[in-house]
Write a protein that binds this ligand. Structure first.
Ligand code: NAP
Length: 325
């Protein structure tokens, strides 16, 4: 009997670039649960043990410095033996040779070309809100990276999550939870754009679902997946809802004039303080909601609630952005 049985096909091998990061860790965990063979790309493979959860510590590791991987030829040995590449790499602030352009644009462009040449699939994690005109080098480099993927002809998709939340971990998520607990919330007065925060575990599951798909794009280019939770709130309301959930009660909200918030965002960038950056200040001024939320379809269920569920603030599609915004 056994001799007649078809052997199980070998597990697809996925390389998660930035697999020790906030999104990457959850992608790795979800991929392992789904039976993929997973490898983790990192600048410091030897330091991953304290960042990776349980079983993920046994994953093979590859040393990857995006700032040095600026051609398809340079990527070729890194991708050896890999079926699917998942790019979860990002930097909040540039450091030395790790510039926004190298990390968010030129390396992903070269990676897409390497994937096209070798027929590998590429899942690229980006962000919402890159279509509108913007000044931040952080956002522009991410938009340039997306544009390069669209031109590449690779079998790839772009995933754009809204703000991510988690009980633990994540530089931005941990900060938001900390600030939400404070009795006073200083909120930029012009942070009127709504966000649809989602649970990072749901993003991990959605990425694992995409990794299984043989075709990630169509004839017109990469597949594009915008993902969010089911509650759409502006920053001040999000902080208030998060506080109600974490410790109950309400905080005193103090609006910070737009110009002051903008100056503070530049100061944070200059001094590498907090996750608040000029790019985030720009993003917070307009809606950052998925135009069509692909998360429920990818999960096959409703997203996990992040803050008190709808009924209070039902999800609404994005408002049109004024031309002069
Ligand atoms: N967090 C959110 O709410 C959110 C929402 C939407 C979109 N995003 C986007 O998702 C991406 C990842 O976000 P995250 O929150 O997971 O960030 P993160 O926790 O800081 O992880 C980023 C990972 O990138 C890797 N990395 C950084 N510079 C690198 C370089 N020069 N070469 C190779 N690897 C490098 C780091 O890996 P090693 O340290 O191991 O080398 C790190 O693990 C970013 O592009 C971000 O803009 C995040």
């Amino acid at each position: 009997m056994d001799a007649c049985r078809n052997p199980d096909p070998p597990a697809l091998r996925v390389l998660v670039l930035g697999g020790g990061g906030f999104i990457g860790r959850h992608a790795v965990a979800a991929l392992l649960t789904e039976g993929f063979a997973v490898e983790v790309g990192s600048r410091h493979p030897g330091r991953l043990d304290r960042r990776l959860p349980g079983e993920a510590r046994r994953c093979l590791r590859r040393r990857v410095h995006f700032e040095d991987l600026l051609s398809a030829e340079a990527w070729q040995p890194v991708l050896d033996g890999i079926d699917v590449v998942m790019n979860c790499v990002g930097i909040l602030r540039p450091r030395g040779r790790e510039t926004y352009q190298r990390v968010h644009h030129l390396a992903p462009a070269a990676l897409a070309e390497a994937c096209r040449r070798s027929g590998k699939r590429l899942v690229h994690v980006s962000a919402l809100g890159l279509q509108a005109p913007m000044r931040s080098g952080f956002l522009r480099s991410k938009a340039d990276g997306e544009a390069a993927l669209r031109r590449s002809g690779a079998n790839c998709c772009i995933v754009r999550p809204s703000l991510l939340d988690a009980e633990a971990g994540g530089y931005g998520a941990a900060w938001i939870r900390r600030v939400a607990r404070w009795p006073v919330h200083a909120v930029p007065a012009d942070a009127t754009g709504r966000i649809a925060a989602l649970d990072v575990r749901d993003l991990g599951v959605a990425l694992a679902v995409l990794a299984r798909r043989p075709r990630l794009g169509g004839d017109e280019g990469p597949g594009e997946y915008e993902l969010g939770g089911e509650t759409a709130l502006a920053l001040g309301d999000y902080l208030a809802a998060m506080r109600r959930q974490l410790i109950g009660g309400s905080a005193l909200r103090i609006p910070v004039p737009g110009l002051l918030a903008r100056i503070a965002s530049h100061a944070c960038d200059l001094l590498h303080l907090t996750p608040f950056s000029f790019g985030h200040w720009e993003l917070l001024r307009r809606d950052n909601l998925p135009s069509r939320n692909a998360l429920p379809e990818l999960l096959g269920r409703a997203p996990r609630p992040v803050v008190p569920p709808p009924g209070h603030e039902p999800y609404q599609p994005p408002r049109a952005v004024p031309a002069d915004a």
